[in-house]
Design a protein around this ligand. Structure first.
Ligand SMILES: Cc1cc2nc3c(=O)[nH]c(=O)nc-3n(C[C@H](O)[C@H](O)[C@H](O)COP(=O)(O)OP(=O)(O)OC[C@H]3O[C@@H](n4cnc5c(N)ncnc54)[C@H](O)[C@@H]3O)c2cc1C
Length: 467
């Protein structure tokens, strides 16, 4: 048992993605000792897997204010606020310099995963004195850390939803028959993974922008036959608002996918609840079959709480966010992705000092935006530093998120499981840098992308567009 006073222990941040690093910047700014534990050998390991995808939110929304304040004196130049970066650009032009900052780099542990968390000396049942005990964090290298508080920013990328229509793995999904044939999220089908897809019969599962972005990428490949499997009764919700979409890049994705469907280049299978993966393809619950050599699972992701089963968490039974946050983001009720400002009060658990921020804080809701995560991190860190006034003063400079799925009056709000994230593959690297369109750069009332987004760019990340 440690005799170190708890309040001298560091705050442990789990995950060095954009929100974990923003939390680190906030902690450094407030002189709170911290350690960031990152499972990947490099920071932002999850984003590296979608480095080819162009975000739909321009730079001005993708950097954290505390991080900028740390970086600017080092000679770092903020990228063009109107540019839509790819995931790779987000890493190279912002996250890598931030992680290398002398206030952060010495506190970064790479290549170790947080495997389990408890209160030191307390199992989940024991109460008396619990809140005064440090957190004990067991790492994949066998070592343990003690912490005064935990900020879990581990995202959901590593835990995609299964293909099965009922939320369970489909029969065969975890067996040899599916091994090497199923790609989650938004694989680089027209780029680094091209040989896996070209000339093959491919089934894309899901209704969100990762699915539609993948359909567009596959349509470029000669000899590739594309099937699109949807749980919903018709694909129109995935087409979005087309020319009426407040987000031109997003509107164009839907329009181009509709053209592919209308021209027969993509075959749609609606009401397809996957029951089984076979060597030949997929079988629905009502006995239909679709041949597929390769399958893209774009059904979204869910939070993984397996490391924190010894903590007292109060999770919403539907989404797996906190109960306080759930009504603000539930895709059964909110298709637009707009969310009121929220912070440490909404993100707290009965386990005092444990917070989940970033994409994981949204649980299964597919509408998370970086700007939301930065404000969550700011508020939580302010609370941990004892500055409750700043912690409570949450201000979300989240732009309006543009077209909602309910703009289509015939469409039901998205089921989260069918609305996986996101994006379109980045257009050719030589896409010309556009100029701001002249829309004022105010943060509050203008939709993403139209805020000076370069017209040439076709972004398509997650957030509201997935919902
Ligand atoms: C394809 C795509 C496009 C998107 N586009 C946009 C966009 O345009 N605009 C926008 O605002 N948002 C967008 N998003 C949504 C969101 O902003 C991103 O998912 C973002 O990466 C979330 O950041 P995060 O820090 O919460 O999590 P992540 O980026 O997922 O980072 C989590 C980190 O934690 C690490 N980790 C995981 N488990 C552990 C563990 N047990 N121990 C230690 N480390 C661990 C991971 O390796 C990873 O580095 C997009 C998402 C996707 C998937």
């Amino acid at each position: 048992m440690s005799t170190t006073p708890v309040d001298t222990l560091p705050v442990v941040v789990i995950g060095a993605g954009p929100v974990g690093l923003a939390a680190a910047a906030q902690l450094a700014t407030r002189n709170v000792p911290f350690v960031i534990v990152e499972a990947g050998e490099q920071i932002a390991a999850s984003i590296r897997e979608w480095a080819h995808v162009r975000l739909f939110s321009p730079w001005r929304y993708n950097t954290d204010p505390a991080a900028r304040a740390l970086l600017e004196p080092t000679g770092w130049t903020a990228p063009d606020p109107a540019w839509l970066p790819t995931g790779g650009e987000l890493i190279n032009d912002y996250l890598e310099p931030l992680a290398a900052h002398p206030a952060i780099a010495p506190n970064l542990k790479l290549g170790v995963k947080v495997e389990a968390i408890a209160r030191q000396g307390f199992d989940k049942v024991r109460t008396a004195g619990r809140d005064a005990a440090p957190f004990l964090i067991r790492l994949s290298d066998g070592s343990e850390l003690l912490a005064r508080a935990i900020v879990d920013a581990s995202g959901t990328w590593r835990s995609p939803n299964p293909l099965g229509g009922n939320g369970l793995a489909a029969h065969g999904e975890t067996g040899a028959v599916a091994a090497g044939r199923v790609f989650a999220g938004m694989p680089d089908a027209a780029g680094t993974l091209r040989e896996k897809f070209e000339g093959k019969t491919v089934a894309v599962v899901g209704a969100g922008h990762s699915a539609t972005g993948t359909l567009l990428a596959l349509a470029e490949l000669p000899g590739t036959q594309v099937h699109w499997l949807l749980r919903s009764a018709d694909p129109s919700r995935s087409y979005g608002g087309g020319a009426a979409d407040a987000l031109p890049a997003r509107g164009s994705i839907g329009t181009r996918v509709k053209d592919l469907v209308d021209s027969g280049k993509v075959t749609v299978h609606t009401g397809f609840f996957i029951h089984e993966i076979t060597a030949d393809g997929l079988v629905s619950a009502d006995g239909r079959t679709v041949g597929a050599q390769v399958i893209v699972n774009s059904t979204g992701a869910r939070p993984d709480y397996s490391a924190s089963t010894e903590l007292r968490l109060d999770l919403d039974p539907i989404l797996g966010s906190t109960r306080a946050l759930a009504p603000l983001i539930d895709p059964n009720q909110h298709s637009c992705g707009t969310v009121p400002p929220h912070g440490y009060l909404e993100l707290g658990h009965p386990e005092d000092g444990f917070y989940v921020v970033g994409a994981k804080s949204y649980g299964r809701a597919p509408t998370f935006l970086l700007a939301t995560g930065f404000e969550q991190a700011r508020s939580v860190v302010a609370a941990l530093a004892g500055d409750l006034q700043a912690a409570a003063a949450v201000e979300l400079d989240l732009p309006e998120t543009g077209v909602c799925s309910t703009n289509n009056v015939n469409a039901a709000p998205a089921a989260a499981e069918e609305s996986g994230c996101c994006g379109t593959p980045a257009p050719a690297a030589d896409a010309k840098r556009g100029l701001a369109t002249g829309v004022a750069g105010g943060l509050l009332t203008v939709p993403l992308v139209t805020v000076g987004a370069p017209a040439e760019q076709t972004g398509g990340g997650c957030g509201s567009s997935c919902g």
